[in-house]
Write a new protein. Structure first.
Length: 139
């Protein structure tokens, strides 16, 4: 299957014929986590359609691969939370004022794959990607 670049945009997060599907995805996620419901519900609905059509979708953080993206390079929000918490603790302990702490950036990213989606889409990953990437299926 050749790669195809698609240009365009999403005019709304719910198209009339997809409304019921999005509502189910939205509501089931909200009952579990209660955050980012609309975005994740739409993401799940889109991934169901693209994966069924054999179109790989790539994500930018680990949770998107867990939802069904084939893979991506991104950050781990748990690690980001730990880093942010350490900065906040310095302020709360009186070790530094907020304005005195320099901003920090993520210097390292990780490669993530969803091996179930890779198999479903009959994709072959290069050996170097397989060796470096974290598989989210059992994460």
């Amino acid at each position: 299957m050749a790669e195809e670049e698609v240009h365009g945009g999403v005019e709304s997060s719910v198209q009339p014929d997809e409304e019921d599907q999005c509502d189910v995805a939205y509501e089931s996620h909200c009952k579990e986590d209660g955050d980012d419901c609309e975005e994740e519900g739409v993401h799940v609905s889109i991934l169901e359609k693209t994966n069924d059509a054999g179109i790989p979708v790539y994500g930018s953080e680990i949770e998107q691969m867990k939802l069904g993206c084939v893979g991506g390079a991104g950050l781990d929000y748990v690690a980001l939370g730990v880093q942010t918490g350490k900065m906040a603790a310095r302020i709360l302990k009186g070790e530094a004022a907020c304005q005195d702490i320099p901003y920090e950036v993520i210097e390292n990213y990780a490669l993530y794959i969803n091996s179930e989606v890779v198999t479903q889409l009959n994709l072959t990953l290069p050996d170097e990607v397989k060796a470096e990437a974290q598989d989210v299926v059992n994460a």
